[in-house]
Design a protein around this ligand. Sequence first.
Ligand code: 5RP
Length: 238
Amino acid sequence: MEKKAETLTAAKRAAGYRAAEMVEEGMVVGLGTGSTVYFTIERLSERVRDGLRIAAIPTSFQTALRAKEAHIPLTTLDDNPVIDIAIDGADEVDPKLRLIKGRGAAHLREKCVAAAAKHFVVVVDEQKMVKKLGVAAVPVEVLPFAITPVLGQLSGLGCVPIVREAVKKDGPVITDNGNFVVDCRFREIKNPEKLEAVLASIPGIIESGLFCGFTKKTTVIIGGLKKVKIISSADIVA
Ligand code: 5RP
């Protein structure tokens, strides 16, 4: 493995493991999706093997399969509508702890789980910390029935909307919920809260990857090679 990739993996592992240590006996845990949460699952698996009792709500088929393999007991939002702690990755985090998520097309369930959680813990490596959101495209989950009018509305907002293509399947990515994902690259995101609200108001858009509403209950764990940095809403400079 290249040195750079090794360093990145170590940073993700450090963040993912640190988050797993925040989980306490008897908790209902929201489990996000992706390569950083992978390490949270790995560490939680060890802790469960050592006797920790938890129930986890996965945010994707990928995480459900990984959690099952790791012998982590699973539950649902129906049985546990309030989650003690949700742990998830992110594609970008700004200084106000607002996020872009959805590289893995799991942001719809991830937002449902984050909304139900008392504490939202975001695990990232340093590269994900940005001054301003918007280098990453904003993923938007769209009802296939409405794809054409939605693409028109998205273009009208000043972005270049691209229907995400699958890699090992011809045609579009189909989410775990049976929908399309449109990646929207904006020249600039001046007001992320407003953009999130505008996207939510378009019929046919089911959810965007902008996460601006959880900052007060968010803790961000930033993995590095030598140390892990933790920031929360108390550290936000207005
Ligand atoms: C999936 C997500 C992921 O949490 C996000 O893309 C971060 O993933 P990774 O930890 O692999 O970089 O939002 O929809």
